[in-house]
Design a protein around this ligand. Structure first.
Ligand SMILES: *Cc1c(COP(=O)(O)O)cnc(C)c1O
Length: 466
């Protein structure tokens, strides 16, 4: 399988090089040249497969020619050993034909573990084979950093540096990162905000000459194709559990950077019969405005009770645009240039029509989010985290056919976001799972740095293992 850039002017790459690359050299994102297709009969034959076995079926065609199947099987099998639930992605019923897919059973309690546990093992495999070492560098506003650190802490050939805004992530989120004390793990608290963190990361990727010879930077945010790929699997897993392909299902997805929901769109294109894909946003609603009113314009960032969806622009939407514009890279380049200068992107009539036929969308305020957490708890005694609550309500508000199962992706465990849970009237904070109960007693290690590129580069240079 070859991978091509959404802007059409970068070289095509094989799977392993795509995993080790950030943005394409033309500024685009890599996508598979062709999408694997599964017939109804083939999908039907997967009913009852374990999560790991199903993952092997779904992922194999994407890595064809790069990784032998037996090796891929080993990588997948070990990636999901760290999950606490035997089903890996269990379904819980919250209403009539309404289900929550618990994607928070991994080590850091958010769905990002699905992709980043896998990416860690994948990097280890590729780098050992190539006798290569890399530096993982990323910025986080919370969940990505801890999941990436958990994924890479045992990688022999990876040094990982994660920037977070100093004193602006929650205590649970910070401690999940800073209490990992392996010698290859480096947390940097930057005196600045999340955008400052991201800008330093981008600048470091743009000029990597500060690294020792032979080293390169690897991205762990969702511009990395391997993350999207790993997330396609649980759409198949949940749908099969509820009767697909003999019956259609719908998904409602709490959305920030458009990574998770893009994986759902790919599952549909690959043959999974999905009736509705719902984009659920908080008040940072660029995607909802785009789908509902062709208003894809940048607005100031709002801080919400669902901070992992606090974004101004969704980086993976470019991958969607590429398909909406019939994979014409030069048109995407024009559109993105226009967006960069004007802060606004207007879809042509036909791509807009396609987008509206593929997705429903809905936006929730913080007050509505709290009301949903309260309502679902009162009727089922099931406690939602604020991101998941947005997904549940968006599903309820947009569904067109109540006989089709609506599956809401539960992207985080409520214990990660005690503030929203408290506001919803819970007198006690939700308990952390057993393996994390001593989190607040563990030793922390973290370096505070100024918002300064040369300081960051010096810190990285001084901490890379030889
Ligand atoms: C990252 C994250 C999201 C948003 O996912 P995208 O792939 O960026 O759309 C939603 N909920 C939680 C809890 C997250 O950590």
């Amino acid at each position: 399988m070859k991978y091509i850039s959404t802007r059409g002017a970068a070289p095509a790459l094989g799977f392993e090089d795509v995993v080790l690359t950030g943005l394409a050299s033309d500024g685009g994102l890599y996508v598979p040249e062709t999408l694997p297709q599964f017939s109804r009969e083939e999908i039907a034959s997967w009913a009852g497969l374990s999560y790991r076995d199903l993952a092997l079926k779904v992922i194999s065609p994407f890595v064809a020619g790069a990784i032998p199947e037996a090796d891929l099987k080993r990588i997948i099998d070990t990636s999901y050993d760290s999950f606490r639930h035997e089903a890996i992605a269990p379904l819980v019923q919250t209403g009539h034909n309404e289900w929550v897919l618990e994607l928070f059973q991994g080590p850091t309690l958010a769905f990002k573990d699905f992709a980043l546990q896998f990416l860690g093992h994948l990097l280890d495999y590729i780098l050992a084979k190539r006798h290569q070492k890399v530096v993982v560098l990323g910025a986080t506003s919370g969940d990505t950093g801890s999941a990436a650190i958990e994924g890479c802490r045992r990688c022999e050939n990876v040094d990982i540096f994660i920037l977070h805004p100093h004193q602006r992530v929650s205590d649970v989120q910070r401690r999940q990162m800073t209490t990992v004390l392996e010698a290859n793990v480096h947390n940097i608290a930057l005196r600045g905000n999340f955008d400052d963190c991201q800008n330093l990361v981008k600048a470091s990727f743009a000029d990597q000459s500060f690294l020792p010879a032979g080293r390169q930077l690897v991205a762990v945010n969702s511009i990395n194709w391997a993350r999207i790929m790993a997330q396609i699997v649980y759409y198949f897993y949940a749908a099969l559990a509820l009767g697909a392909p003999h019956r259609k299902v719908s998904f409602s997805v709490p959305t920030g950077n458009f990574g998770d929901i893009f994986a759902g769109y790919l599952a549909q294109r690959m043959g999974l019969p999905i009736e509705q894909l719902v984009i659920a946003t908080n008040s940072n609603d660029i995607l909802h405005r785009c789908i509902s009113g062709n208003d894809h314009s940048k607005k100031p960032l709002l801080h919400s009770l669902s901070p992992s969806m606090d974004i101004m622009v969704s980086s993976n939407f470019e991958r969607m645009l590429f398909d909406l514009y019939d994979r014409d890279g030069s048109q995407i380049r024009q559109l993105m240039d226009e967006f960069k200068t004007s802060g606004r992107l207007t879809l042509a009539p036909e791509p807009l029509r396609k987008a509206q036929s593929l997705f429903s969308s809905y936006r929730l305020s913080d007050e509505e989010t709290i009301a949903v957490i309260r309502d679902v708890f009162e009727t089922t005694e099931y406690l939602l985290d604020p991101h998941t609550a947005i997904g549940v309500q968006a599903g309820r508000q947009t569904r067109v056919d109540s006989s089709t199962p609506m599956i809401c992706l539960a992207t985080a465990h409520p214990a990660k976001f005690p503030e929203a849970v408290r506001q919803a009237g819970q007198s006690q904070d939700p308990a952390l799972p057993h393996h994390m109960q001593d989190l607040f007693g563990r030793e922390e290690r973290c370096q505070v740095l100024d918002d300064d590129l040369s300081q960051l580069k010096t810190f990285i240079q001084g901490n890379i293992r030889t």
